[in-house]
Design a protein around this ligand. Structure first.
Ligand code: NAD
Length: 258
């Protein structure tokens, strides 16, 4: 059955890979995130070319609760359902706590944590009404372990696991599952952008950051691929995963086993 899938922050990286995977199997997808209108048009056209699905774009800024509510209302009005909600939008800032800009802290908590509360708050009534739904929060290895200079990100990503478990308990008898995926490093713009700042904060070259910090964290010494995360999301959205709820699945090349 064709589902309606909302993926926040899906004009790039992991979110785009997840939207592509759902569109590829015929689901209607609603994408969101920043970008130039012409680039976003190319993305929605490409998604629609993958199957006979519909791909819609909504520009909600994930720091703005009223825009987030409008995203979910628009999806429900357009497609009559919100079957799968993927909370993926995320940003990063790398700096030591005493120099960490207060507005960056607020922005990261808003996008990486509070936006998921706002999407869930709006989407849950639609899922409950149909006694079916899937909520997938894209968390991080940083939901389980910390790294220096990433205070806001680590705090938000630890928080999203608590929100995941709470929502799963509230919805356990409603046919709605809530889970988190905890990826290790994926070479997306989010990671590429933090390499220069990490190099500065740690006094290393950018190449050293890649080999001695990033890939050193992952015993496999390889980046995780966005498409691999998308495959996990497809599984969590499937009927076979109906008893998987209130938990996280790590996909981090062994990082958090250490
Ligand atoms: P990315 O920078 O490629 O994509 C981020 C997306 O979020 C973009 O579409 C961007 O436009 C959107 N976005 C940013 N701020 C927004 C806002 N205020 N409102 C709406 N959209 C906004 O990043 P990515 O690496 O694909 O990250 C996606 C998710 O995966 C994030 O939650 C991130 O924390 C998580 N994650 C990434 C990695 C990694 O190594 N890349 C590892 C673990 C977890």
């Amino acid at each position: 059955m064709r589902k309606t899938v909302v993926v926040t922050g899906s004009t790039s990286g992991i979110g785009l890979a997840i939207a592509t995977a759902f569109a590829g199997k015929g689901d209607n997808v609603v994408i969101n995130g920043f970008g130039q209108a012409e680039d976003i048009k190319v993305i929605t056209e490409r998604l629609e070319s993958l199957s006979n699905c519909r791909a819609l774009y909504h520009s909600a800024d994930m720091t703005k609760p009223t825009e987030i509510a409008d995203l979910i209302e628009t999806v429900a009005k357009t497609f009559g359902a919100v079957d799968v909600l993927v909370n993926n939008a995320g940003i990063q800032h790398v700096e030591k706590i005493e120099d960490f800009p207060v507005e960056k802290w607020d922005q990261i908590i808003a996008v990486n944590l509070s936006s998921s509360f706002h999407t869930m708050r709006s989407a849950i009534p639609y899922m409950k009404a149909r006694k079916h739904g899937r909520i997938i929060n894209i968390a991080s290895a940083h939901s389980l372990v910390a790294s220096p200079f990433k205070s806001a990100y680590v705090a938000a990503k630890h928080g999203i696991l608590g929100l995941t478990k709470t929502a799963a308990l509230e919805l356990a008898e409603m046919g709605v599952t809530v889970n988190a995926i905890c990826p290790g490093y994926v070479l997306t713009p989010l990671v590429e952008k933090q390499i220069p700042n990490t190099a500065k904060a740690r006094g290393l070259t950018e190449e050293q950051v890649k080999t001695e910090i990033i890939l050193k964290a992952q015993p496999t010494r390889q980046f995780v691929k966005a498409e691999e995360i998308a495959s996990l999301a497809l599984f969590l959205a499937s009927e076979e995963a109906r008893q998987v709820t209130g938990t996280h699945i790590s996909i981090d090349g062994g990082w958090t086993a250490a």
